[in-house]
Design a protein. Sequence first.
Length: 288
Amino acid sequence: MYRFLFSSKWLGYFVLAVIFATACVFLGRWQMDRRAETLAEINRVVSNYSATPVPFAAIKDEFRQLDPEREWTQVELRGTYDLDGQRVVRNRPLNGQPGYDVVVPFRLTTGEAVVIDRGWLPIGNNTPGRPDVVPSPPTGEVTVVARLKPSEPKLDRGAVEGQLASIDLPGFAGELPYTIETGAYGQLASEAPAVQPMPTPFPKPATEEGTHLSYSLQWFAFGVLMFIGFGYAARQQARNAAIDAEDEDDEETMSAVGPRKRLAPAPRKNKRRTSEEEEDAILDAQGY
């Protein structure tokens, strides 16, 4: 009944179903991997973002090589900003708006130097490719609380003088006359004394899981439905083949027996008597 499944046509259908289902499994697992990365990032934000700031001395090794689990950890630093080393970083969108980040070297009282990202600026209207105003950091000794972020990769695009294509700390270090830590930088949370104006502070990272789980389940379901559809099509094919076989058997039987002779219909009995029959019945009843 299902021998047709071994035909080249149906074997081709089966191979296509396997390829489609395999692709669905791959895409579903990819969404699951993205979900795992998202959950790990959410856990880091929940654990570190608002935790009590850690003194620089207790965590300075993270500025040299950042442990991913320590990202967003708040660090307290004391020192001075180097205004001459201030740069703006290009192509930094925030809430869908294009703009810049402002990064400034921060020289600690203990002798080390790190980079602080002080916030975001919108694109300017006066000079193309530059913000209209870059707020200066406070002068003198400052206490800064910043959140750890890893150094960014180097981008294959240039930047005009006073700007960076990305927060590539090794590349930035080559523009400064002193050594800075190149494993991580600090995203500003607060500084004292505070000054105005200030770059726009960064919003807290989102902690919603997103749609990765639903997408992965949809891809897995599509893979299963492909085989269900293949099975349904095969069943319909088998039923149609069975119906065709029954029709062929009936035709063969008819041809072997020959056409049936139609029987003449039996005469119908008249249920109602004629007038002569009624008169005869009356005479019979009277004895004639």
